[in-house]
Design a protein around this ligand. Structure first.
Ligand code: KMH
Ligand code: ZN
Length: 272
């Protein structure tokens, strides 16, 4: 049987705003609601950011705690992944505020890069520090790779013992400043993994669904959601991340793969 597909829903992120789409959630209640809708639509995992009620990005522990509590209170077993990337410009200690009890995974961004017109700073000592915090808290790292050189940083982290299995890799393709979302780029990155591991692709903007399709064929996993893309088709806004999850689930089934349950996702990712 083909490996089930872990569909991860990235329901809010730090950049998109309600001015761009009224479906963007801000409050912990709205973010938890979007996560639950995504889980009901077939997402096995949710990638969480938080916002202040006015929409500013937040890495405040109390926001993440409330989001997770609301998800669990509704009876969901969805895998919880918290962002340590936060928003461009946030100091590392602030970014680490998201790693609250109840988190099961945390992101580990593997390098500094242009991020649109801004710079997303991830100096190597900071990457080591975040990796250390994830290890201390027994969280599975999801390594965010935006460009090919970041795979060398992954190899370096493994060689130096800053990171060890189980970990997960996510290729984020289409950020202006990183690699764009082409099949050739994705194949090149997958071939460049330092050792066999599970991986996901998050295609940004118009790259979301095309990259999901390529990943499904290559045995990878898929991330979708409003953090990455606001549209279901050209000029048509998604009702929410759950609608993008529905599209990804249907695409997976057409490719002969079933969406993973949260339990299957935990087994694949090594979450205990
Ligand atoms: N908001 C981006 C600057 C992550 O979640 O770890 C970083 C980001 C990655 O979203
Ligand atoms: Zn994120």
């Amino acid at each position: 049987m083909a490996t089930p597909v872990i569909v991860t829903a990235a329901v809010v992120g730090a950049e998109v705003t309600r001015e761009q789409s009224p479906a963007v959630p801000y409050t912990p209640e709205e973010i938890a609601g979007a996560a639950l809708d995504a889980w009901r639509a077939g997402a096995a995992a949710v990638h969480l950011h938080a916002r202040w009620p006015d929409g500013r990005p937040s890495q405040e522990a109390h926001h993440f705690r409330e989001i997770i509590d609301r998800i669990r209170a509704a009876g969901s077993d969805v895998v919880i992944q918290c962002s340590t990337g936060g928003a461009v410009g946030m100091p590392v200690e602030e970014r680490l505020g998201s790693l609250v009890p109840g988190a099961e995974m945390g992101t580990l961004n593997l390098g500094t890069m242009n991020f649109g017109d801004e710079v997303f700073v991830n100096a190597r000592p900071d990457i080591v520090r975040i990796a250390g915090r994830l290890r201390e808290r027994k969280l599975v790292a999801e390594c965010e790779v935006y460009d090919a050189g970041m795979l060398d940083t992954l190899r370096w982290l493994l060689d130096k013992g800053h990171l060890s299995a189980p970990y997960h890799v996510q290729f984020v393709l289409g950020v202006p400043g990183g690699m764009s979302g082409s099949e050739r780029n994705l194949r090149f990155l997958v071939e460049g993994l330092p050792e066999p591991t599970h991986w996901t692709v998050a295609g940004i903007g118009r790259f979301e669904m095309p990259m999901a399709e390529v990943a499904l064929g290559l045995g990878g996993h898929v991330r979708v959601g409003l953090e990455d893309n606001l549209f279901v088709s050209k000029g048509v806004l998604a009702r929410g991340s759950s609608e993008l999850v529905e599209l990804a689930v249907a695409m997976a089934r057409r490719a002969g793969r079933e969406p993973a349950t949260p339990g299957q996702a935990r087994a694949l990712l090594g979450i205990i």
